[in-house]
Design a protein around this ligand. Structure first.
Ligand code: ADP
Ligand code: MG
Length: 358
């Protein structure tokens, strides 16, 4: 696309391409010229080759007030913690270990020194938890709201790296932890905000929803489970973290690995509190598990040879298998019917789409 066509100014809406389409469009003409650029755009982190046995990993995530967080229900300390955790999660998704972060902030005059201290107390806590060093950043002003951009650096043994592109036919599809809770936590926070705006005297009712609120406000990277895989001598054939929703990530692995993926409704790991809360909010828990974002679990594929090693560990759930590409990507519901998995990523940046509701 060029800005002029037939002497007319082109004005294509970004929503026509979507987030992933836009990234592909703007980056496709950039080839990596340096030998040390092992893998550029297209995975959870870029992969750099500077040493004999290890690859260096680097990834960036930007959080924008009003798009990715709302300070009326997201405490600054939690925000700082989460911003680091979600970056570490991208390093985990390469089967790597995070080592350093840089933190850049743009702040409006609405923020006091104490408020920024609060943000950094969360960043500090996450750096301690994940054993990473804050090594730099940038500070600037913003005309509206807070913007937080974090880059993370990590490393991985060359023999252990997991790309999105390595899934093979007959591999097992595995997901860590459970799904859907973070999305429901967000719905609770939004509901209470609306009630508060209508009746400022009413105190928020957050009781009994600790798990989903924690999953939304204090996301964790699954570093421990990367260690477990390492101890079990399992190198995933492909891996991605679940930031945009399970179906979106399934499609990324399938596309980049040139395979099909089939997953099963009755295998989806959903916490019982997620089930109950979804029903209370009149949402379908399966839709929440499939399409809700921000769980930051790991989705990966392994050779069937590793089945015995993982089958009893409650932190890992086998949800399906890899097929030939010709079979497509399918979701098998409990009545044994097959439904094609379509692109329905969670895409707050471009069009504020929400997971499909019941
Ligand atoms: P994730 O969800 O794991 O954070 P993204 O979907 O944000 O990954 O990004 C996918 C890939 O596209 C990554 O390799 C990322 O570095 C790259 N990318 C995203 N935005 C841009 C951009 N504006 N310019 C260049 N590369 C980008
Ligand atoms: Mg990712």
């Amino acid at each position: 696309m060029s800005i002029f066509k037939d002497n007319k100014l082109q004005n294509t809406p970004v929503s026509e391409l979507g987030e992933f389409g836009l990234i592909e469009h703007i980056t496709k003409s950039f080839d990596c010229k340096n030998k040390s650029s092992e893998k550029g755009v297209g995975d959870d982190a870029a992969v750099l080759n500077f040493s004999k046995d290890k690859f260096q990993l680097i990834s960036t995530d930007m959080l924008v007030e009003g798009v990715h967080f709302d300070l009326s229900y997201s405490p600054l300390k939690h925000l700082g913690y989460k911003a680091v955790a979600v970056n570490v999660s991208d390093i985990c998704a390469m089967n790597g270990v995070a080592t350093q972060v840089t933190v850049s902030i743009a702040i409006s005059n609405r923020f006091s020194v104490e408020a920024i201290e609060e943000l950094y107390s969360g960043i500090h806590l996450a750096c301690a938890k994940y054993n990473i060093d804050l090594v730099g950043g940038d500070t600037t002003s913003s005309t509206s709201g807070l913007v937080l951009s974090i880059s993370v650096v990590g490393e991985v043994n060359k023999k252990k790296i997991s790309y999105r592109s390595g899934a093979k036919e007959n591999d097992l599809v595995v997901v860590t932890g459970d799904l859907g809770a973070a999305y429901l936590g967000l719905q609770i926070l939004k509901r209470e905000k609306e009630i508060f705006l209508e009746n400022p005297g009413v105190q928020p009712d957050l009781q009994g929803n600790d798990y989903s609120l924690q999953r939304q406000l204090k996301a964790e990277a699954r570093v421990k489970l990367i260690e477990v895989l390492n101890e079990l001598k399992i190198v995933p054939t492909s891996m991605i973290d679940v930031s945009d929703g399970l179906t979106s990530e399934i499609l990324h692995i399938a596309k980049q690995s040139d395979v099909g993926i089939t997953i099963y409704e009755d295998k989806l790991p959903i916490d019982h509190t997620t089930m109950n809360l979804a029903r209370e909010l009149n949402l379908n828990p399966i839709f929440c598990a499939l399409n809700g974002g921000e769980d930051y679990e790991l989705l990966f594929t392994i050779s069937q040879d590793h089945y015995e090693k993982l089958k009893k560990d409650v932190d890992f759930t086998i949800i399906g298998h890899v097929t030939d590409k010709s079979e497509g990507n399918n979701f098998i519901t409990n009545d044994s019917s097959s439904h094609p998995i379509t692109a329905q990523g969670w895409d707050p940046i471009i069009n504020n789409k929400k997971p499909q509701e019941k």
